[in-house]
Design a binder for this molecule. Sequence first.
Ligand SMILES: [Zn+2]
Length: 143
Amino acid sequence: MLNIDSLQTGIVIDHIEAGTSMRIYDLLQLEKLDCCVAVIKNARSSKYGRKDIIKIEGNVDVDLDVLGFLDPNVTVNYIENGHIAKKKTPTLPKYIKNVIKCKNPRCITTIEEGIDQVFQLCDEKTRRYRCIYCEQEYKRPVD
Ligand SMILES: [Zn+2]
C-alpha cells in the first residue's frame, strides 16, 4: 500500500473534478505501470468543494496532452525528495492521438485497422474536438 503522505519521488495529479479520476486512470493507462498508484476520490478541496487526486510513485511521465483534453483544471505536481519540485497546468492540446475513438461507422478509422485516431481542437471555449478524417464531433460523456 502506498503511503500517500510520504511520497518521495513521483507525480500527484491534483484538483481532478470529483468522480472523474477513474476515467483519467484509464485513459492515461495507469494500470500498465509497475509502480504504486493511489486514487483518492472525493477529497475535500477549498477551491472546488470535492476533488479527486491521483498519486503515482516513481520516475514516471504522464501525458499532459491527455490530461489537458480530459480536464484542463488539474494541477500536476512533480515530487522530488518529498517536496514539490515543479507544478504544471496542462493546456488544451491542438491534436489528440489514440485517446478517443471516432464513433462514425463510415469513418476510415472504423473501417480500416491500424489507422491512428486523431482529433483536432475546433473550438477552444467549448473544448470541442473533431475527427480529422470525417469531421465527426467527439461527444464528451461527462458534459
Ligand atoms: Zn472519423
